[in-house]
Design a protein around this ligand. Structure first.
Ligand SMILES: *[C@@H]1O[C@H](CO)[C@@H](O)[C@H](O)[C@H]1NC(C)=O
Ligand SMILES: *[C@@H]1O[C@H](CO)[C@@H](O)[C@H](O)[C@H]1NC(C)=O
Ligand SMILES: *[C@@H]1O[C@H](CO)[C@@H](O)[C@H](O)[C@H]1NC(C)=O
Ligand SMILES: *[C@@H]1O[C@H](CO)[C@@H](O)[C@H](O)[C@H]1NC(C)=O
Ligand SMILES: *[C@@H]1O[C@H](CO)[C@@H](O)[C@H](O)[C@H]1NC(C)=O
Ligand SMILES: *[C@@H]1O[C@H](CO)[C@@H](O)[C@H](O)[C@H]1NC(C)=O
Length: 410
């Protein structure tokens, strides 16, 4: 009797569980968006009875995506699928392949790792324009994960907050991409072949990474905006790279870095295309070394923001608004003292070296030979570091003294 009750209980539980995980009767639908947000779905419900342009299944408990196969009318209409804020860690190859008309796919805030993604996962999403993978613990992006053969229409890719340290060669290869967000990752350097064939890219956001210097860039012929804020950059040497790789760039943002001074070759300052350069909040020392910037008519005409941090008197001022006489190079007391200290040190080192040389020479044994009281000497030297026997034999040698007599030693 008891086991029957148990069986009925288990069956009821399973039925309720199944119904709860897939029943869409409580989802709201306004003709444009079916909102199934905040249920406890563990899998994607089968949409059967409606033609839905946008489906929001965010904030559920989905962990695995398998083939999405809805009614044909549903598939034809579905343009946007929101799967954000689930627990997705597995996507089967070609899961989305039937969603021929999908334009927006939001997979942000899930648990996807770099190794879970490959070129087949996004197979045949040929009309997809927007792909959001923000806040997944990817760590790296594998070769050909985002490839034009599958994502041929993709225009916006968000890979921010993904803990990415490494972009493998050709990991992003999307000629139609317009906007790439790689901010809030852990990139330390840019491998020149990570991004390829990005012929249409206009905005590249690399802010909040761990870049400390940049000498090269990707070839991005249409790039308009390059964002390098919050990176700990100490200097940029981008004059040639910009000319060569991103010659149409208009806006370069370098806010919140560690740049202290600016050289004529750091950026292609004269490039006509560039109209906005932002150095806000860098430890820039506005002294006589930066006079060349304010005397350049071309730069002054652009929207260039160089906020001074040092010296104290001009802190916070915009360099381009300062007059020539404010840019002074003073030698501070400390520097003078350091210079004196360094000189004293140098003299001391020279004295020590000279002393050592003299001491070494003194330790040489000098044997001199004189001719009968004359002033001619023939000297024979031997070095201290020659072997013991040799020295002994020399000390046994006859030493001729000035007064002509020969004394035998030893
Ligand atoms: C749908 O909503 C009703 C009323 O709020 C509730 O009783 C029912 O359990 C809900 N169904 C599901 C599957 O969440
Ligand atoms: C979907 O429904 C949830 C819960 O009712 C609500 O918080 C959310 O704003 C809705 N989304 C949209 C886009 O209307
Ligand atoms: C969804 O429903 C359709 C029509 O009833 C059916 O053909 C399809 O196999 C179902 N898909 C899944 C994943 O259950
Ligand atoms: C998906 O849902 C999340 C959370 O509800 C929301 O913030 C986000 O804007 C939605 N994405 C799209 C593409 O509508
Ligand atoms: C998915 O496709 C990738 C790339 O072609 C392949 O390496 C992997 O084995 C496939 N995975 C499955 C589960 O079929
Ligand atoms: C100048 O650049 C700053 C950012 O550096 C921007 O906020 C501002 O709108 C720009 N002004 C003009 C006139 O373009």
């Amino acid at each position: 009797m008891a086991w029957e009750v148990t069986l009925v209980g288990v069956c009821t539980f399973l039925l309720v569980y199944y119904v709860q995980t897939t029943d869409i009767s409580n989802c709201t639908y306004d003709g444009a968006l079916m909102n199934c947000s905040f249920y406890s779905f563990r899998e994607i419900p089968n949409i059967t009875s409606l033609t839905v342009p946008a489906l929001d299944i965010s904030n559920n408990k989905i962990s695995t995506i398998t083939l999405l196969d809805f009614r044909e009318a549903v598939i034809d209409n579905l343009k946007s699928l929101n799967l954000s804020h689930n627990q997705i860690s597995t996507i089967y190859n070609s899961s989305f392949q039937k969603l021929k008309n999908l334009e927006v796919l939001d997979l942000s805030n899930n648990l996807l790792h770099g190794e879970d993604l490959n070129t087949k996962v996004f197979d045949e999403l040929e009309h997809l324009k927007v792909l959001n993978l923000e806040r997944n613990p990817l760590k790296f992006v594998r070769r050909k994960t985002f490839d034009y053969t599958n994502l041929e229409a993709l225009e916006h890719l968000d890979l921010s907050h993904c803990d990415i340290q490494n972009l493998e060669d050709s990991s992003i290869d999307l000629p139609r991409l317009v906007d790439l967000d790689l901010s809030w990752n852990r990139l330390q350097s840019l491998k020149p072949d990570a991004l390829r064939m990005m012929a249409d890219l206009e905005i590249l956001d690399l802010s909040h990474n761990d870049l400390t210097e940049i000498r090269s860039l990707f070839y991005l012929p249409e790039l308009k905006t390059l964002i390098l804020d919050n990176n700990g950059l100490r200097h940029v040497e981008l004059s040639d790279a910009v000319d060569k790789f991103v010659s149409k760039v208009r806006v370069i943002s370098l806010r919140n870095n560690e740049i202290t001074t600016l050289g004529q070759d750091d950026l292609p300052w004269d490039l006509e295309m560039i109209d906005q350069i932002d150095f806000t909040n860098n430890p820039i020392k506005c002294d006589c070394k930066l006079k060349w910037i304010i005397s350049s008519e071309i730069i002054v005409k652009k929207n260039v923001t160089i906020q001074c941090m040092y010296p104290e008197e001009v802190r916070g001022a915009n360099l381009l608004k300062l007059s020539d006489d404010k840019l002074i190079c003073r030698t501070p007391v400390l520097e003078i003292m350091l210079a004196i200290g360094a000189s004293v040190m140098a003299v001391a080192i020279i004295i020590v070296v000279v002393f050592c040389i003299i001491a070494l020479r003194r330790r040489r044994i000098r044997i001199k030979k004189s001719k009968d009281g004359g002033g001619d000497y023939t000297a024979m030297y031997t070095r201290d570091d020659e072997d013991e026997n040799h020295r002994v034999s020399i000390s046994e040698y006859t030493i001729f003294t000035k007064d002509g007599g020969g004394k035998s030693k030893g």
